[in-house]
Design a protein around this ligand. Structure first.
Ligand code: HEM
Length: 468
């Protein structure tokens, strides 16, 4: 049982940073919905649903892809941004009531999109127009998220560097959703505009780059600048190198998305636009990698916590993805193995970072909710007393090893081995989720300090700040 203590000075400083911002009420609900989609996707992969047992462009693969990128990664990112954009810009969220309708639209819209994919392949036989319904609901859901986060950011200009990464990430989200809506409307036959038909025929790589590269990766990069500095007690970086990374990444996305659409509409070379964007993107990632190394080296907290150690594994996944893409492209095998690289980006980098940060954020928000109101008035546990790292670490190791083995299985075209690895990923994820629930229910805090007078057990899915 941890000894009763008041927070150490560094801990107090860190808490003060976050206490400056209010708790986002629905962030835990976003995390819960995201984790359910994550488990569902891993279960489907374990059962051999979608690629590699079915072609990349099959309805089952499209279901799997969107369960991961929208159900898991986008809900996780939206929930995290509603909490952390206010921390990044030291301002309250524009609206604390919009995230709930946003979440409902996104979940129902995702369900309609998945049913639309199944309908496309004849697995669902009703005549209901699932694709247009999905397009409308996802446009409203993401539109509300963009409006809420956009208004918060706009009011805080001039923005610090991490927040500028988030702005570019949000613009990429708008582009991804626009491509997605065009795809659904053309595939359903709602429009036969020849330019839009060209975008559907050639634009899937642009949609994937805007989503995985712009919305998810660029936003994660921005948030990681702030979160890693905060959790490792390292100085915030805003050097000329960081800004060069930001500008080359932004230029890469502009060339890929803007240049790509122009190339499709004017029948110019899409490969050329993607090559130029790839070189700029490579530059941005190298500069980001150098910055992250600097953050780890400049940290004041010598023994770093599990979330920062696991974030390093996720960043290694990003570096491995870049090396793999460059090597496959140089050898002329990229098209053949594009799914393996997308898998490594989605599970090794984005999901790995997401799980690592979830572990800390869940503890942090729960601590803030339960002990923030009585801080300084009574003895409270530290944030790290809410979690037992030595229990969680084995699930994280299993997760990362399984992802790397699954990527190798995809590259070596061994579908059964891939399914076995997906099963291990599922077990590891369940292990991590059990730890998250334990944190939220304060199960690892000693009984004597668990609930100071006047403090209630936090709800699993909703954050509320208690006042005395
Ligand atoms: C983070 C967001 C998103 C990402 C990363 C993403 C990624 C992808 C990827 C990688 C594919 C190709 C998959 C394959 O060929 O197996 C794809 C296809 C597709 N996506 Fe998305 N997507 C996202 C959001 C959306 C949204 C919001 C919609 C709908 C409103 C949508 C609708 C579609 C459709 C209809 C296709 C099939 C296109 C075709 O086969 O011609 N996506 N997406």
């Amino acid at each position: 049982m941890p000894a009763a203590r008041r927070p150490a000075p560094l801990q107090q400083k860190k808490n003060a940073i976050v206490l400056g911002a209010t708790l986002s009420r629905w962030t835990m609900s976003y995390f819960a919905a995201a984790l359910i989609a994550f488990l569902a996707a891993e279960l489907l992969m374990t059962l051999g649903y979608g690629y590699p047992s079915a072609p990349v462009e099959s309805a089952s693969t499209l279901v799997l892809v969107h369960l991961v990128v929208l159900g898991w990664l986008s809900l996780l990112m939206c929930g995290a941004l509603f909490q952390f954009v206010p921390v990044l810009v030291a301002r309250a969220l524009y609206s604390d009531s919009l995230p709930l309708p946003t979440l409902v639209c996104l979940i129902v819209g995702l369900a309609a999109l998945l049913l639309g994919f199944l309908q496309m392949d004849g697995f669902v036989s009703t005549v209901f127009a699932f694709f247009p319904a999905a397009a409308a609901l996802l446009a409203i859901g993401f539109g509300l998220a963009l409006w809420n986060l956009g208004r918060t950011l706009w009011a805080a200009r001039p923005l610090p560097l991490p927040a500028r990464f988030v702005v570019v990430g949000l613009c990429s989200l708008a582009a991804t959703v626009t491509f997605g809506i065009i795809f659904t409307l053309v595939l359903r036959g709602v429009t036969d505009n020849p330019h839009l038909a060209d975008v559907v025929a050639n634009g899937v790589p642009l949609h994937a780059i805007a989503g995985l590269g712009g919305w998810l990766t660029f936003t994660a990069m921005g948030v990681s600048y702030r979160l890693l500095a905060m959790f490792m007690l390292a100085p915030d970086l805003d050097s000329s190198r960081s800004r060069a990374g930001f500008y080359s990444g932004t230029a890469a996305l502009a060339v890929a998305i803007g240049g790509g659409v122009a190339a499709i509409c004017f029948a110019a070379s899409l490969t050329l636009a993607l090559l130029a964007a790839g070189l700029l993107g490579l530059c941005a990632l190298v500069l980001y990698g150098a910055d992250m190394l600097r953050l780890y080296r400049a940290r004041k907290r010598r023994v770093i916590e599990l979330n920062s150690r696991m974030a390093a594994f996720a960043m290694a996944g990003l570096a491995a993805s870049v090396i793999l893409i460059v090597a496959l492209a140089a050898l002329g095998f990229f098209a053949q193995h594009v799914a393996a690289t997308a898998f490594l980006v989605a599970f090794g980098w984005l999901s790995g970072l997401g799980l690592a940060k979830l572990y800390k954020i869940t503890a942090f928000l729960t601590w803030l909710e339960c002990y923030g109101p009585v801080l300084g008035k009574t003895a409270t546990p530290r944030v790290q007393d809410l979690a037992v790292e030595r229990r969680a670490i084995r699930w994280f190791f299993l997760y990362f090893c399984a992802v790397w083995a699954a990527t190798a299985a995809l590259l070596l075209e061994m579908p059964m081995a891939f399914q076995a690895c997906a099963g291990l990923m599922l077990i590891a994820s369940l292990g991590i989720i059990v730890q998250l629930v334990r944190i939220r229910r304060l199960l690892d805090v000693g009984v004597a300090m668990r609930l100071p007078p006047g403090i209630r057990m936090p709800q699993l899915l909703r954050c509320s700040v208690q006042h005395d």
